[in-house]
Design a protein around this ligand. Sequence first.
Ligand code: FAD
Length: 391
Amino acid sequence: MKDLHIAVVGAGIGGLAAALALQRAGMRVTVLEQAPQLGEVGAGLSLSPTAAHALRWLGLGPALDSHAYLPEDQAVRHYRDGHALQWTNRGRALLEKYGERYYLIHRADLHDALAAAVRGNDPGAIRLGRRCAGLEQAADSATVGFADGGEVTADVVVGADGSRSILRQLLFGDSGPAYTGYIAWRGLVPMERVPQSVLDPPSGIYIGPGHLVNRYPVRRWQLLNFVAFAERAEWAEEGWSIPSTVDELMSEFEDWHPDVRAFLAAVPPELLFKWGLFDREPLTTWHSGRTTLLGDAAHPVLPFLGHGAVLAIEDAVLLARAFAEAGEVGEALQRYEAARIPRAAFVVRESRQAVKVFHSHEPEKYTQKTGGRAADERLGLFDYDPSTTSV
Ligand SMILES: Cc1cc2nc3c(=O)[nH]c(=O)nc-3n(C[C@H](O)[C@H](O)[C@H](O)COP(=O)(O)OP(=O)(O)OC[C@H]3O[C@@H](n4cnc5c(N)ncnc54)[C@H](O)[C@@H]3O)c2cc1C
C-alpha cells in the first residue's frame, strides 16, 4: 500500500523514526507534537546492532557513524573495590556475529538527525504545539482533536506519544502506572572534568547492593553520560527531569569506589536530574480501528537493558514494512502488531528481570549468575534484524 495520509502523534525518537519509515514506504506523514519546540532531553542512548540495522534501513547510517561513539569493550566492575567482574567485547565480536556493533550516542544527536531527514522529505511534515486530547474514528479514517481546538483527519493515526500516552488511554483505558521501587539520576559530565584514569574501558557499569551506575562517552568524547540507579521505598512524581543536587547524589553513593565518586562529583548541577521508575502492564493488542501505538506508548519498558529506544526504532521499520506488504489498512496494522508484540513483550519482561542481576547484594557472585556473558548474549536479544524479519 502507498499514498495514505498517516498522522503520527508525538515527535520523540519513536514518532520521528516512524514518520521517516512511513515516508520511505511512500506515505504522506503529518507528525503532531505537543511541545512548542523540537528537542530531546540531554542524555545518552545505547543502540544495539538491531537498532543499527533499522537506522541504516532508514538511511541514517551516515548520521550514526558520524555522531556515535563505538565502544570496543564494556566492563562490569565491583562497586567498592572497582575490580572487573566481567569484560565483554562490544565491537569486533558483535560485528562478526551480527554484521553490526554497539553504538553510544547523545539522544539529541539522533533526534536531530531523524527530524532533519523527515523534514528533508517534506518540510511541513512536523507540526509543533499540537497537543492531542481526543480521537474520533470512522470506518476509513481517524481524527485527532487538539487540546486548544482544531483537528487533523488521516487514513491512519499512530500514537507515539510516550509512556504516559493519551492515545493508549483513549483506545484501551489506562491500568495506571505502578512505582517500581527504583529511582535514577542521569547526568552529563564535560570530559575535561573526568579523570582519564577512570575510563578503563570508556564504557562501564558498576554494581553494588541495591545500586547500579552505568557510564559512557557521548558527543565525540566531549561528555561522559551516566545513569545511577538506587532503591527507594516511595516516590510520587512521574517524569524524567526533576532537578537534584550533587550532595544528594554523593550521599546515596557514599561508600562507592573513588573512580565512581570522581565522575559523579564532577557533574554540573544544571546537567543533573532524577526520576522515579514506573511500570505499566503490557497490552495484548496495540490497534483499534484505524489507530495503532508505537514505542513507549505501546510497550513502556524499564531501562535496565537500555532497550526502549531500540524497540521504538524497530517498531518504526516493521510498521512501514507491514504497510508495504499489506493489501489494506486493517491487514497492515494486524501484521505490524503480530510481528512486534512478541518481541516487545519479551524485552519488557527481561528488562524487569535484569535489575535483579544488576542490583545484587552479592556483586561477587555476578559472573555465577551471568555465566560470564552479557545479558543480550544470554537472551539472544541481538538475533533479530528489523529490516529482514518476516512481517
Ligand atoms: C534513564 C533512561 C535511559 C535510557 N537509556 C536507553 C538506552 O540506552 N537505549 C534505549 O534504547 N533506550 C533507552 N531508554 C528508553 C528510551 O529513552 C525510550 O524508550 C524512548 O525514548 C521512547 O521513545 P518514544 O518516542 O516512544 O517516546 P518519547 O521519547 O516519550 O516521546 C513521546 C513524544 O510524544 C509527545 N507527546 C506526548 N503526549 C502528547 C500529546 N498528547 N500530543 C502530542 N504529543 C505528545 C512528547 O512531547 C514526546 O515528544 C532510556 C530511558 C531512560 C528513562
